[in-house]
Design a protein around this ligand. Structure first.
Ligand SMILES: CC(C)(COP(=O)(O)OP(=O)(O)OC[C@H]1O[C@@H](n2cnc3c(N)ncnc32)[C@H](O)[C@@H]1OP(=O)(O)O)[C@@H](O)C(=O)NCCC(=O)NCCSC(=O)C[C@](C)(O)C(=O)O
Ligand SMILES: [Mg+2]
Length: 375
């Protein structure tokens, strides 16, 4: 383990100084494309500004005999495209034990390192994988004369990676975030779902029998297979000041379930997700931007709480120092998104809560019933 004093020193002579805080740039939607697929690649320049992140995927979903073409295609696209101020360029390299990972990093950092914001590393097993990438990136950055460090994003797709999630998050100042890799993780854990993310009809709870009649009709509710995993990821990321993301939703046609899965992740603390197909982009942007109503409510609580201490009643609910902090999460996210998204800026500027909320009263007074289930 490096000493705290060394942690923010470059790992190679001439490499840029590591950052102490991960930039809070919007990354609600990380859009995957295959740079070796001419049709997809041709669409990339027009997608700048419509997604927060464009990710050139080199790993799974790119055929083995197209790996080199994908790498070369990404270099070409990166050199030819102006990504503007608000769209980042990321890549997902091949797994560290594959025949391609070393060339992926060497080529990309030396050729387009100045355009690359984040390298996503798949199948990360522990801190040792991040340490390897960390040192190699520093050497390559020095060689390429880069002045800004490239950040690292790990995909959790093995049981060992999950068990080591905290040490992975804290392994380097380069760590930007984590995504869930539900397909590889399911296989590694020997889960019995063949879906890429999302729920399963067999994973449910059922109400008790009425009057002991076990054959009678009983309501069931499907549960979230990924709740435990995402919650663990969120805690590990929050502890280390980096960002958690959901990941892929493979049923492209089922936009409804996709939105549900994304929203569960958003509510649990994730800041974004992946889009595999253009149809998922708007879903991700909508879900990972707080609603105008939630922003309006959060602002009302902030205003009502004055200096931020004590307790008030608002619409029949108690608000205090802690609920104020919850509201600040929403307000700060909205303000950050509004800086880069003019549509959201307008939406949040005009944001109103539904109903006609009453003024705050001291906690001892009884509040009128408010607009119920929002929180
Ligand atoms: C699903 C597929 C095959 C359907 O591709 P399609 O061509 O059959 O779909 P389509 O509906 O017919 O496409 C309509 C149009 O959109 C285009 N298009 C389609 N997709 C994209 C895209 N992403 N970006 C830009 N354009 C896209 C496509 O080229 C076409 O263009 P056209 O109208 O000119 O003919 C295709 O969308 C695709 O390959 N997406 C990316 C898949 C991918 O990256 N998978 C890897 C991430 S998930 C993963 O790895 C798991 C994980 C984490 O490792 C783990 O859980 O373990
Ligand atoms: Mg995978």
């Amino acid at each position: 383990m490096r000493s705290a004093k060394d942690f923010f020193r470059p790992l190679a002579v001439g490499a840029p100084t590591p950052i102490t805080e991960v930039p809070a740039r919007p990354s609600r939607v990380i859009h995957f494309f295959d740079p070796s697929n001419a049709k997809m690649a041709a669409k990339v320049p027009a997608m700048v500004g419509t997604v927060d992140v464009l990710l050139g995927n080199l790993e799974d979903a790119v055929k083995a005999d197209r790996k080199e073409a994908a790498r070369a295609g990404l270099v070409e696209i990166a050199k030819a495209t102006d990504f503007g101020e608000h769209t980042q360029l990321w890549t997902r390299i091949n797994a560290l034990d594959s025949p391609w990972a070393l060339d992926d990093l060497t080529t990309l950092v030396t050729e387009i390192g100045d355009k690359l914001d984040v390298v996503m590393v798949p199948k990360v097993q522990g801190a040792e994988d991040i340490h390897y990438v960390d040192r190699l990136l520093a050497q390559l950055e020095a060689k390429a004369g880069l002045t800004r460090p490239i950040l690292v994003h790990a995909i959790l797709e093995t049981a060992r990676g999950m068990v080591n999630v905290e040490e992975i998050c804290g392994a380097s100042p380069r760590m930007q975030g984590l995504s869930l890799g539900p397909a590889d993780l399911a296989a590694d854990r020997r889960m019995k779902t063949t879906r890429v993310g999302g729920g399963h009809p067999g994973y449910l709870v059922r109400t008790d029998p009425v009057d002991g009649d076990v054959t009678g009709a009983r309501a069931t509710a499907q549960q979230d297979l990924w709740h435990y995993t995402i919650a663990r990821m969120v805690d590990a990321c929050a502890m280390h000041g980096i960002y958690p993301y959901y990941g892929p939703f493979g049923d492209i046609q089922d936009v409804v379930a996709c939105e549900d899965q994304f929203r569960n992740a958003f509510l649990l603390g994730c800041v974004g997700t992946w889009s595999l197909h253009p149809v998922q982009i708007e879903i991700a942007k909508r879900v990972f931007s707080p609603s105008a109503e939630d922003v309006a409510h959060a602002r009302r609580v902030v205003e009502a709480m004055g200096d931020g201490t004590g307790a008030v009643m608002l619409d029949g609910k108690m608000e205090d120092d802690a609920s104020l902090k919850q509201c600040l999460v929403i307000v700060e996210l909205a303000e950050r998104l509004a800086q880069t998204d003019p549509v959201l800026a307008e939406l949040y500027a005009d944001a109103r809560e539904s109903g006609s909320p009453e003024e705050p009263a001291p906690a001892s007074a009884s509040g009128a019933p408010g607009d119920g289930d929002r929180r």
